[in-house]
Each structure stands twice: as structure tokens, then as C-alpha cells.
Design a binder for this molecule. Structure first.
Ligand code: TYD
Ligand code: MG
Length: 481
């Protein structure tokens, strides 16, 4: 049988197949599979040649993390776990146009005061990068700037004893290794280029940041195929129609992965938002139905976020459910719990859920806030004013305690909220007292979703809006605590 000379590789997840198909069996993406030439046959086994012996070391000793270097952009450093680690590789992924180049130019400029930084662009001309620097007011930063795409040239230039602190490669999908025949941007090229550049960074002790575009079309390899090769994976996300951007760590060998960095895109680049807690609250009005305020925790910081929902009658056999900023599976679960445990039937209606400000929440503690928004929309009764909601919902409808209750309450009190709908046994009595003393926070402890649904009143007939009486009752019951 003739040897196969090509294989079919999914550009989204890197899975490889012997035949082409429209949909990748690995990750389920459509139209992402491309033919790639199989490079020089892999040698079989090890052969006879003896290798050198390797040296073992103990667990104690000076590690690179101890030499962690803050860049000076606090939100970036926070997500990296306190600063960048020499000899490590960082992948910064994100949609095109979200602000990756802007962020990294700012990071390089900030670090350049301490250590030499190089910025290699494969996408833009030197002039374009200069223009951006001018716009950011960074034209005087001492960054070594180059336009290059050949990894061999980059490695030859930088493989020398040097005190380079940071190398930025914008983007990895434009780089190529000349020993491979595949086009730049394919899985094979992206992996080989990344490997060579990360190897160089480890050898020479600088940090390399690889920019990776997230692609939906699958014509170029996504950053996913690189995640296992780097030490830290950061995603820069947000909605291009909002000015807020969130930098999130999804993997970090040198720090926590639940931290976020919050930035605001302005005319003069990305501005750090050191205290983001009020950022994701829209202008609140007391009489709006279908909205609740979630007292969340992102990484080490509390964050208040508005959750909005809309429920509309549907004529479709399978009514639409659309979620922005939260997990669709989790929404389905909450709808099922509301139906099974409280008799609130939403199966014939369209359900839309949106997290305000373009944020994405992953915390199960948002369950109760989502349920409150849904019930409020279904009943046409607003959630009581100046109220935050948090708590995890179990399948039997019970409300589970969540972590860092005190921090959530404190932040809510700081922002002028006076009431929290929260899990029952926790916060403990002592905390309740303290909460009152600190910010006059009243806690409405609930043990089951039923306790949440009941105060919103009886089911309204379709199209009819909640009565003022029901709303009043909600307030009475809620304020009863
Ligand atoms: P960019 O960093 O080029 O995105 P990426 O590298 O992720 O593709 O930023 C793109 C957008 O940011 C662009 O649409 C313009 C906007 N922008 C600002 O709003 N203010 C600024 O100061 C800069 C430099 C860019
Ligand atoms: Mg860019």
C-alpha cells in the first residue's frame, strides 16, 4: 500500500484524520479540516545510539518564579500571577480587533523601563506599529521593533547572550519555519514556530509572548493547538461594541487561573480598571422586570454584575434560548429546576439571558441571580430595589452556600445596596450582625428556590403584567428577611 503523504488536520483543535470531512470529530467545529503534508517520516524506536545521562535535582533550590518580574501594568501582572517569569512562554489569545497588539505594546513599553523588550510583528509594517505607539503616547519607549515572519531569522538574531527581558511575537499565525512545506497559519507551522521560539526563550532566559488570533472560520490554526506548549495561557475577551476588555488566565504554571484583569479601551489605548465592581451594572431602575444584580467574585476581587433576562411567547416547536455571557447548559438546568421544583413552566416560551457589559461569568454562585432574573421576567415583577443576589442552586432546588460571602456583602454595601438574597444557613448569625453594622446590609436567607419564587406572586396569565400588589408583596416578604 502506498504511504500516505498527507493528513487532514483540524485547525481549531489540532486533531488529525486520514480522510477529509466537513465536521471535526474531535471538537465538533465545521469546515476547519485542512489537508497538510506529512513531514519527514518519524524514525522508529530509539535505535542503538546511547544518549547522555541526565542530572537529577532535589525539590529545593532557586526557581525562576522567584525572579518574577512585574511589568508595571498591574492588571496584566495580576493575571500572570504577579509578573512575567523569565524563560517562560505566554500565549495571549483573542478575537481579531479586540486589542491584543495594543495591550502588548503597552506591556512592552512599561517593562522597557526595566529591561530591553523586542516586538516582532508579522502582520503590520513598522510604520503602523509606530503610529499605534504614537496614539498611545508611547513613542519614546525604548522598544526594539522589527517586522519578520521567518522563525529561522528571529532565532538567529536573538540566540545570543543578551539581557533581553521580553519578546513579543504578533502573531504566531504569521510565523513560519522553512523546513516545513505547509503554509503559515497551519497547525504544523504554528506548532513548529512556537516550539522554536519557546525553546529560544528558555535557553536565553527571556519571556516570550505569542499572540494568537481566535478564528471561527478555521482557515488558520487557533490558539487552542498551542495551549499545552506554553506555561501561561491568557485570553483577552470582550465585546467590540463595549469598551470593556477582560484578560483571563485559563492556564498558568506560575499562578492562579481564576484572576481577571479589567481594562477599558479608550482613544489613547487600554486603561486599567483597578476597581471594576461597579462597571458591569447598567443604570439601575427600580421598576425594571427581568433584571437582577449578582454579587460575584472574579479571582480575588468582588464584582457586581447585572443579569438581564427576557421571556417572550413563542410560536416555534422548539422555543429559542439564547445566552450571552453565561453557560447555556447551566441555564437549561435552572429552567428545569424552576419547572420541576416550583411549577414555573417556561417550556413554551423563548428565554433570553444576558450578562451586562459583555462580561462572561463562570461561577455557579450566579445561579440564584439568574433564577431571580428569570422569575422576575416571567412574573412581570421587579426584583426588590437595592438588592444583590447570589447562591448556587442544586438539582433538588436547594440553595447551596458559596464561598466568600463576606466579601460579596461588603462590596454590595459599599456600592449602596442594602439587601442580599443569599443562601440560608450561611451567612452565619455572627456575620449577619456584622453585615448590618458595617453597611446596614439586610440578608434574606433562603433555603430552597421556592422561597425565591413565592414572593414574586402567582403566575400571571400570558401577556398580563404583574400587578402593583404583587410587587408590594415581594417587597414586604423580602424585607421581612
Ligand atoms: P488591536 O490592538 O489592533 O487588536 P488586535 O491586535 O487584537 O487585533 O486593536 C484593535 C482595535 O482597538 C481597533 O479597532 C482600534 C481600537 N483602538 C482604540 O480604540 N484605541 C486605541 O488607542 C488603539 C491603539 C486601538
Ligand atoms: Mg494585532
Amino acid at each position: 500500500m502506498a504511504r500516505q503523504t498527507s493528513r487532514f488536520v483540524c485547525q481549531a483543535c489540532g486533531a488529525s484524520f486520514t480522510k477529509w470531512s466537513g465536521r471535526c470529530e474531535g471538537c465538533g467545529s465545521w469546515n476547519t479540516i485542512q489537508e497538510e503534508a506529512i513531514e519527514a517520516a518519524a524514525p522508529r524506536g530509539l535505535g542503538r545510539r546511547r544518549g547522555r545521562s541526565i542530572a537529577f535535582a532535589g525539590l529545593q533550590g532557586v526557581s525562576d518564579t522567584a525572579r518574577r518580574r512585574p511589568t508595571g501594568i498591574a492588571e496584566f501582572d495580576r493575571v500572570c500571577g504577579g509578573g512575567i517569569v523569565p524563560g517562560s512562554g505566554i500565549l495571549v489569545g483573542g478575537d481579531p480587533g479586540i486589542g491584543k497588539s495594543t495591550l502588548l505594546l503597552q506591556v512592552a513599553a512599561a517593562l522597557a523601563r526595566e529591561a530591553p523588550c523586542a516586538y516582532i510583528s508579522g502582520e503590520e509594517a513598522v510604520d503602523q506599529v509606530r503610529m499605534r505607539a504614537e496614539r498611545l503616547g508611547l513613542e519614546s519607549a525604548s522598544i526594539q521593533l522589527a517586522v519578520a515572519t521567518a522563525v529561522r531569522d528571529i532565532v538567529s538574531t536573538l540566540d545570543r547572550p543578551d539581557d533581553l527581558g521580553l519578546l513579543i511575537i504578533d502573531s504566531i499565525q504569521t510565523m513560519f519555519v522553512d523546513t516545513l512545506e505547509s503554509a503559515p497559519g497551519t497547525v504544523a507551522q504554528v506548532r513548529a514556530s512556537a516550539q522554536a521560539l519557546i525553546g529560544l526563550a528558555k535557553r536565553r532566559g527571556f519571556t516570550v509572548v505569542l499572540v494568537g488570533h481566535v478564528t471561527k472560520e478555521g482557515l488558520i490554526a487557533g490558539p487552542k493547538v498551542l495551549e499545552h506548549m506554553v506555561d501561561t495561557v491568557l485570553y483577552f475577551e470582550g465585546d467590540t461594541s463595549h469598551q470593556f476588555r477582560v484578560l483571563r488566565a485559563v492556564k498558568n504554571r506560575f499562578g492562579p487561573t481564576d484572576e481577571i484583569g479589567v481594562f477599558e479601551m479608550t482613544d489613547a489605548g487600554l486603561k486599567e480598571v483597578a476597581n471594576p465592581s461597579a462597571l458591569f451594572l447598567s443604570d439601575q431602575r427600580d421598576d425594571v422586570t427581568g433584571a437582577s444584580v449578582f454579587a460575584g467574585i472574579e479571582g480575588s476581587r468582588p464584582l457586581l454584575v447585572e443579569i438581564q433576562s427576557l421571556i417572550a411567547p413563542s410560536h416555534l416547536p422548539t422555543p429559542r434560548r439564547a445566552v450571552v455571557g453565561w453557560d447555556a447548559g447551566r441555564l437549561a438546568m435552572i429552567l428545569a429546576v424552576l419547572e420541576a421544583r416550583c411549577g414555573l413552566s417556561l417550556s413554551g416560551t423563548e428565554v433570553y439571558l444576558n450578562v451586562a457589559g459583555g462580561l462572561r461569568i463562570g461561577e455557579p454562585a450566579a445561579d440564584l441571580a439568574v433564577a431571580a432574573a428569570l422569575v422576575s421576567a416571567a412574573r412581570g415583577v421587579p426584583v426588590p430595589p437595592k438588592t444583590v443576589v447570589f447562591g448556587e442552586i442544586g438539582l433538588s432546588g436547594e440553595i447551596r452556600a458559596v464561598s466568600r460571602t463576606e466579601a460579596r456583602l461588603k462590596e454590595a454595601a459599599k456600592l449602596g445596596f442594602t439587601r442580599a438574597i443569599a443562601p440560608q444557613p450561611s451567612p452565619p448569625a455572627e456575620l449577619r450582625k456584622r453585615g448590618r453594622a458595617e453597611g446596614a446590609m439586610e440578608i434574606v436567607g433562603i433555603a430552597h428556590v421556592r422561597d425565591l419564587v413565592e414572593p414574586f406572586g402567582a403566575e400571571r396569565s400570558r401577556g398580563e403584567h404583574g400587578t402593583g400588589q404583587a410587587a408590594r408583596r415581594t417587597r414586604e416578604v423580602a424585607s421581612h428577611g
